[in-house]
Design a protein around this ligand. Structure first.
Ligand code: FAD
Length: 375
């Protein structure tokens, strides 16, 4: 039994698992190699309600907890972890709107996000502002009753598809966080998907904002408040990508155990060798430990808000580290077969490395945790 899951959430977990096995597993490799259209796949998720699991029913969502949406990402992450990155940005925009949005912003955007008709994205990072994210140079010039945004962001996940960007910029009065509706602004231009290792189904684009007009009502936060909301959005995204790591770990364990049972060497199956058994025991223990940490963080978003940021940092740090180590161990258990491109392990290995960097590096999580220890 998982301490943080209610019977309803356990039932959802089963439902999501069945969906992921039937629908995602057959196309996972094609999504990663872009042979299957990501946009169409996301639209189909939206039609089934899976893009708005934690959106309240009054806004057209499923009215489930954030933890339920994390369970969904775990299920699909068992097959293609890059989908977890795609959903991390989308989910972060949803949770930001739920917590900090005005009634008008909620009723305008939450139904569209829930149906997957609009995809959300976080546009924080710039070439010179990575870990030091508040060093952004994108300018927000006040022009009477609106702002004009100018600048360039990098690694904007969903940048080429998203209709709603959460953009961090610098105004005269300090930092500002803006909701940019690309439907209203022709001057948001997404560049090509950046070539990179891992989490390949997700698109991460450079995005240019040229004289993009946003009304003052589209400003979500200013100064310290903009920092708080940006950090909250990142924390949500961290938990979601950690959930994808948990999914990937489940697949690693399953494939490793199956192989250990059937592969014979020296007249017996390799699962009889203590060297292999110990790997599997570590894989199980560390995966379940990371899973509990991720569930704890997801639960904290609604139930223990003051600790959410801390648990989000811990879950990202732990889940990505366990994923990196244990994807390597799974490949080791399978030997040469583990390196084969016919199996997903070599893809998972690349995904796990990218997880230690995207949406905040492992070092950045440690910096945050140490700050909270107030040494
Ligand atoms: C696949 C992917 C998806 C992404 N998605 C998004 C997105 O949707 N939206 C968005 O805004 N950004 C996104 N990013 C950007 C991501 O958040 C940044 O890449 C990340 O925060 C690190 O920044 P950087 O790459 O510039 O590394 P840098 O900040 O240059 O860091 C380089 C190295 O120095 C270390 N370092 C930096 N500062 C310190 C310090 N004070 N102490 C110790 N070590 C330090 C880092 O940990 C790292 O090891 C994405 C990145 C990737 C790869």
């Amino acid at each position: 039994m998982n301490t943080f899951l209610s019977p309803n959430q356990e039932a959802l977990q089963q439902q999501y698992g069945t969906f992921a096995n039937e629908v995602v597993a057959p196309i996972a490799a094609d999504l990663a190699s872009h042979k299957t259209c990501l946009r169409e796949f996301l639209q189909s998720l939206g039609q089934k309600g899976y893009m708005g699991i934690s959106v309240p029913r009054e806004y057209g969502g499923q009215g489930q907890s954030f933890l339920a949406s994390v369970l969904f990402v775990e299920a699909i992450g068992e097959h293609e972890a890059g989908l977890g990155l795609t959903l991390a940005s989308h989910q972060a925009v949803i949770e930001v709107l739920k917590k900090f949005g005005t009634d008008t912003q909620k009723s305008r955007y939450l139904p569209l996000l829930a149906r997957g008709e609009v995809l959300g994205t976080l546009a924080f990072t710039e070439e010179q502002a990575g870990t030091d994210v508040f060093a952004v140079r994108t300018e927000a010039k006040a022009t009477g009753d609106s702002f004009e945004l100018d600048g360039q962001k990098v690694y904007v996940v969903n940048g080429e598809m998203a209709g709603l960007h959460l953009v961090l910029a610098k105004a005269e009065s300090g930092l500002g966080l803006f909701l940019v509706d690309t439907g209203e602004n022709g001057s948001v231009k997404a560049g090509l998907n950046r070539s990179r290792m891992g989490l390949k189904s997700a698109r991460a684009n450079d995005v240019k904002y040229n004289a993009v007009k946003v009304s003052c009502e589209a400003q979500l936060g200013q100064g310290k408040n903009a920092e708080t909301i940006t950090s909250f959005a990142n924390d949500v995204a961290k938990v979601v990508i950690s959930a994808a790591a948990i999914g990937l770990l489940r697949s690693c364990l399953k494939l490793s155990v199956e192989h250990a049972r059937k592969r014979e060497q020296f007249g017996t199956n390799i699962g009889q060798f203590q060297g292999i058994q110990w790997k599997l025991a570590d894989m199980l223990t560390e995966s379940v430990g990371a899973e509990l940490q991720v569930h704890r963080a997801a639960w904290a978003l609604e139930e223990e808000t003051e600790k959410f940021a801390t648990y989000a940092a811990m879950s990202k740090l732990l889940a990505s580290k366990v994923a990196k180590v244990q994807t390597g161990e799974a490949i080791q258990v399978l030997g040469a077969a583990g390196l084969s491109e016919d199996l997903p392990l070599e893809r998972f290995y690349r995904d796990a490395k990218a997880m230690e960097i995207c949406l905040g590096t492992s070092e950045a999580q440690k910096i945050q945790l140490v700050t909270e220890l107030r040494i």
